[in-house]
Ligand binder design. Sequence first.
Ligand code: GLU
Length: 306
Amino acid sequence: MSIASRPYVGRFAPSPTGPLHFGSLVAAVGSFLEARAHGGRWLLRIEDVDAPRTTPGAADGIIATLARFGFEWDGDIVWQSGRLDAYRQAFEQLQAAGHVFACACTRRELADSTLARDGSRIYPGTCRNGLPPGRAPHAWRVRAEGTVAFVDRIQGPQREDLGSEVGDFVVLRGDGQFAYQLAVVVDDAAAGVTDIVRGADLLGSTGRQIHLQHLLGVPTPGYAHLPVVVNAAGEKLSKQTLAAPLDDHAPTPSLAAALAFLGQEPPADLARASRDEIWAWARAHWSLACVPRQLCALPPAQAAAS
Ligand code: GLU
């Protein structure tokens, strides 16, 4: 069955690096409402594959905040830390088909390589045809060549030349950690996700993920990348930029602000409505077509003040 004819399955996939903030709320609201507008399922996955980057207690905090904000997910929460066998299997499939190679290059050796648009280094191909004598692997990379094109439902047509704009990318690190790119593709495929709605900061990862879907022989979902919330300095809200955590005790102003950020034009008095009234309004009025076709924007209060 083609993915377009399968019942809609969406998801929200936070990384437990800290508490939810307004930026992550926007991604949760957009993916949730789009799934419900299609009568679809909405799954929750905790992306704790990168153990060293995971903050103890953050996942429980995220789940509690989502529940306080009135999100309802379908089925059990998936934890990437419990899915290592599936990642290993996918890695072995890629390896058996000759798509991965061991790479000995250190970060320092790659420091002069050109930057890809997500800030990673475009791999110059040093170990593509075998490790240099006497060197041990630091990582395993997947060969990336050819062009990936897709139409993003918000940002429009996208095209990426994997060889010149992305380069061979890491799927398994020397410390045994599977890369986010591999984990996300394996998990979305296993869960039957048909549609991915997430922040545009991940637009630069999508070409890599579609490439992996092709190599693994799994369907490519539809994509819609929402504008990312930035602060006055133009930085994405994150733990690093000290984004304020959401207030679990006052969900309604943040929910109303998230709807405004997503171009849904909630009535001014909605911020004073109850949580359930906001959701009822949001479900009745949600339209992906109203989401601004922008890669990033200030949150509503700051946009109004500037
Ligand atoms: N875990 C990623 C993040 O929190 C999102 C991954 C995704 O939606 O594909 O940025």
